[in-house]
Design a protein around this ligand. Structure first.
Ligand code: C2E
Ligand code: MG
Ligand code: MG
Ligand code: MG
Length: 281
């Protein structure tokens, strides 16, 4: 579209684009190599029942140990993986790994728990999530009720055919669907009515220091009532302090997740957690 020949601006534009393209290309091959070299791995953060404190589920969170020397947080590479499309194979790897792991825990005799994975809007748009999940469940032998998919308001907002169909089919399969980071996106009541999801995770930004911020507490309470009114369960995420825990319990949140309970754990540490949890009950 830029046709101005000989113009300095065009050359700068061209060079910038070239650099951006080769950056993306480099990244894409970096991602591929990393997946091949097993630099990606999952960590596991427990969710507990708000009343009993015993484990109710676990969320798998992706980590990248780049070149085995630099730990890159998901906030830094997920957006790039989405931009390059690499999120599709990477996301598939995450689901496979999580299902496989959960099945192993069940086979080892741990109390069965649900494992949650995060799936981004791009994954729903660019691949057939329902077919991918169905195949992975068959391959790993995990029953659908032990898999939970965390989506965001952004996923529901797109309203494309692929996404709507996939979410509907995943629910039909018996997979649990949660709405993550609730309250940070468009939070349309229309989506809640249309999709009838299983649970809603109140975003950490509302939980943080809510005992000192009336507005956060009010929003958290209202979201909880709304979700319960629609038959959804409520997870308070990012609980770090006593006061936060007491408040979310007092308003009837069903599950708690956050550093107060546990940070995301390695596979080995999570297994110890599981073991001590089942000894208590
Ligand atoms: P999320 O799904 O909302 O996950 C919660 C994030 O908050 C995690 O960060 C977790 O480590 C952190 N967190 C949990 N409890 C606390 C707390 O009490 N205090 C604080 N300050 N933080 C807490 P993490 O692991 O860095 O992940 C960030 C985001 O990256 C996730 O947010 C999710 O949106 C995305 N993500 C992670 N793994 C995957 C994945 O496999 N696929 C996709 N598509 N996205 C992923
Ligand atoms: Mg999540
Ligand atoms: Mg979240
Ligand atoms: Mg989040």
């Amino acid at each position: 579209v830029v046709k101005k020949s000989g113009g300095g601006n065009y050359r700068i534009y061209e060079e910038t684009m070239e650099r951006a393209n080769s950056y993306r290309f480099g990244l894409q091959s970096d991602f591929k190599r990393a997946l091949h070299d097993e630099e990606f791995y999952l960590v596991y953060q427990p969710k507990v029942n708000a009343n009993t404190g015993s484990i109710s589920g676990v969320e798998a969170l992706l980590r990248w140990n780049k070149n085995n020397q630099e730990l890159i947080p998901p906030a830094d590479f997920i957006p790039l993986a989405e931009e390059t499309g690499f999120i599709v194979p990477l996301g598939e790897w995450v689901i496979k790994r999580a299902c496989e792991q959960n099945k192993q825990w069940q086979d080892a005799g741990f109390t069965p728990i649900r494992i949650a994975v995060n799936v981004s809007a791009v994954q729903f748009q660019r691949s057939k999530m329902d077919e991918i999940v169905e195949r992975i469940l068959a391959e790993t032998g995990l029953e659908p009720q032990w898999l939970e998919i965390e989506i965001t308001e952004g996923t529901l907002m797109v309203q494309d055919e692929f996404t709507i169909r996939s979410i509907t089919r995943l629910k039909e399969l018996g997979v649990i669907i949660a709405l993550d980071d609730f309250g940070t996106g468009y939070s349309s009541m229309q989506y809640l009515k249309q999709f009838r999801l299983h649970s809603l995770k109140v975003d950490r930004s509302f939980i943080q220091d809510l005992h000192e911020h009336h507005d956060r507490a009010a929003i958290t309470e209202a979201i909880t009532q709304l979700a319960h009114g629609l038959g959804m369960s409520v997870v308070a995420e990012g609980v770090e302090k006593d006061e936060e825990l007491e408040f979310v319990k007092s308003i009837g949140a069903d599950e708690i997740q956050g550093y107060y309970i546990s940070r995301p754990l390695s596979k080995e540490d999570f297994e110890s957690y599981l073991q001590s949890d089942s000894k208590v009950s």
